[in-house]
Design a protein around this ligand. Sequence first.
Ligand SMILES: Nc1ncnc2c1ncn2[C@@H]1O[C@H](COP(=O)(O)OP(=O)(O)OP(=O)(O)O)[C@@H](O)[C@H]1O
Ligand SMILES: [Mg+2]
Length: 312
Amino acid sequence: MSFLSVENLSKKFKEVTAVDGISFSLEKGEILGLLGPNGAGKSTTISMISTLLRPDTGEIMYENTSILKKPKRIQAQLGYVPQEIALYPTLSGRENLEFWGRAYGLKGSHLKNRVNTISEIIGIKERLKDKVKNYSGGMKRRLNIGAALLHEPELIIMDEPTVGIDPQSRKHILDTVLELNKQGMTVIYTSHYMEEVEYLCNKICIMDKGLIIANGTKDELVQMLNDRKKINIKVDQVNDKVINTIRNLKNVDNVLHEDTTIKVTMKNYKQNTFKELIDRLSEAQITIHSVAVNEPNLEAVFLHLTGRELRD
Ligand SMILES: Nc1ncnc2c1ncn2[C@@H]1O[C@H](COP(=O)(O)OP(=O)(O)OP(=O)(O)O)[C@@H](O)[C@H]1O
Ligand SMILES: [Mg+2]
């Protein structure tokens, strides 16, 4: 049995099917990324796992217990970081953390110690006395995360925790997630930034229109496109004849040229096609300055599966 598993989960809002019968699982100690564009169904999915929303169909098992039947089982062990910042702007950072700590049942010196530990982890210790309304966007995001960590959860679910912040705060948050994970925390991380998910996650579910359209490790996902490579060749000169020759090679999908760069898309990357490509160029007395073979990324996987870009 997995640490957490979701089976045939779905949720409709009137005529909108937000989540359409998805299944996935994760093991203790993993970082699972839910990657998808706006409206994909990410927040709805994690709201159901966090017991904030009841699914129409499906089952969610947490350490062998149905959380639909026993929601308390996951609630005590879960830190949930909402997409919308849930803080009191007129209270200080410390007062906000204390508020959330009390909501989780912490008190006295234990609460005080936890607030101190957490403010160090999220890097706001020097600003604890300041009112949250005077915090930068990045600091608010960090405090929002801190609020979910006070009760020492074993699983943290983060809903796009880096939206609208500066690169430095973003880096801080990503590295905090990695550090928490190193200390044993299991993480579900939703994002529409491919780079974040690539940086953090061992396992990735790509969501679109309520469905999981691909699921695996980053390497497994990219493997799907591994034979569709793009090759950029910088040369000293180009002519139509040689472009046509390349275009007619087996396994070549498309050829473009910009100035003296020839861009070849291969639909089925084979070493011998690559060799032929180079041979045809040298037969045409063209000097090759450089060759770059571009590895596909998650953006390319999404584009391949949906015909659309991941981000608007
Ligand atoms: N409470 C609700 N009432 C009606 N429709 C909703 C509600 N919550 C979500 N939806 C709809 O369900 C779909 C999925 O929304 P959801 O918020 O889960 O997507 P998301 O992947 O989190 O998107 P985003 O990246 O914009 O946060 C969308 O079409 C959304 O408009
Ligand atoms: Mg969302």
